[in-house]
Design a protein around this ligand. Structure first.
Ligand SMILES: C[S@@+](CC[C@H](N)C(=O)[O-])C[C@H]1O[C@@H](n2cnc3c(N)ncnc32)[C@H](O)[C@@H]1O
Length: 337
């Protein structure tokens, strides 16, 4: 049931055909009461006013009040204990994935329902349960509200990514990083995406550049979505999907660019990336503590450079995003000759 709140107030009464010009006039005079709705009845319009304007017919009547539109954050404040809030949620396609902080577990359902009702484009709400885990880097999720369907289509930089959030890794928080890499890529490059997932890097680069991309993933679900995403984004002539372990499948001595987005254990594959690159750039992702963001990784990079007798240049380094309270997801761009 929709509750209609009305209250008595002064209004200007004009014939219906004068309603629009009168509304404009009252706005100009700063006398239109914007907290109440204009009423039309019996061939007349009644315009609520905050003060009595000269030269108009004034009546006292009931006006419906304009619903106050509150933001999600404001509504959240009303249901949570003072000083508490939720700090983060991701939107993947039409699914929201939220983190419920410790101590707010009893509010999880109400928070989820609020999220659903405040965002028209959200269909389902899931909760993150623990870290991304295992070889496939998938996170355990708990369904909270809406439609229990973890499949969606995410749009990013003009490409479409079909995926199932319960079966594959995907993070919208890497969107800027993907665009950063895209800006470096030149037509004609051969790229090897060692940990391609459903293809957010591979497909983006193929969509906007004349390149050849080898996209490898060990997770069969990710591989199926990768193939589907290649098809729907019409990049089949540029991206070669490969299912399996990149150690076995990655072509050697071929790449102008290697992407290594497996931050928890990319260091174990750094030697491989040096075999894959011909002369070019390796985007090496890692997780580092706040107090020592890059030095351990740079030491390892230089060591592998020495062993493989390749010239190494650190072309750039940056924080991609916070990973946990004390750790950051970082990237180092390595130039190899
Ligand atoms: C952190 S996810 C990144 C996926 C994708 N690049 C993205 O940004 O969404 C890492 C991916 O590496 C895959 N993976 C892990 N070990 C692998 C291996 N040895 N060979 C190929 N893929 C692997 C996982 O299945 C997972 O999809």
């Amino acid at each position: 049931m929709i509750e209609m709140v009305t209250s008595k107030s002064l209004g200007v009464k004009v014939p219906l055909h004068e309603a629009e010009s009168t509304r404009k006039k009252l706005i100009e005079l700063r006398m239109l009461d914007q907290k109440r709705k204009i009423k039309r009845m019996g061939g007349y319009a009644f315009l609520p006013v905050t003060r009595v304007p000269k030269g108009f017919s004034i009546v006292e009547t009931d006006f419906e009040e304009v619903e106050e539109k509150k933001s999600f954050k404001e509504k959240l404040r009303e249901i949570l204990p003072a000083g508490k809030t939720i700090t983060s949620y991701d939107i993947i396609g039409d699914i929201a994935v939220i983190e419920i902080p410790q101590g707010l577990e009893e509010y999880e359902r109400r928070i989820a329902e609020l999220l659903l009702s405040s965002h028209k484009h959200i269909r389902s709400v899931y909760e993150k349960k623990g870290e991304v885990e295992g070889l496939e880097r998938v996170r355990t999720l708990k369904f909270l509200t809406g439609e229990d369907n973890p499949k969606t289509i995410h749009k990013e930089h003009g490409i479409l990514l079909k995926l199932d959030i319960s079966k594959v890794y995907f993070s919208p928080r890497l969107s800027y990083e993907r665009e950063r890499v895209l800006k470096q890529v030149k037509d004609g490059e051969v790229i090897v995406d060692l940990f391609a997932g459903v293809g957010p890097f591979s497909i983006l680069l193929a969509k906007y550049r004349r390149v050849k991309v080898y996209a490898i993933d060990i997770n069969p679900y990710a591989y199926e979505y990768l193939k589907e995403n290649i098809r729907i984004n019409k990049v089949a002539n540029k991206v070669i999907p490969l299912l399996g372990d990149c150690r076995e499948l990655a072509p050697r001595n071929i790449a102008d660019r290697v992407i290594m987005n497996l931050p928890k254990s990319a260091h174990e594959f750094l030697d491989l990336s040096f075999q894959v690159v011909k002369e070019g750039i390796i985007h090496f992702y890692s997780i580092s503590p706040k107090q020592d963001l890059y030095s351990r990784q740079i030491e390892l990079i230089r060591e592998i450079g020495r062993k493989t007798e390749k010239e190494v240049n650190i072309l750039g380094k940056r924080i991609v995003r916070p990973y946990s309270p004390y750790n950051y997801h970082i990237v180092i761009d390595i130039g190899v000759k």
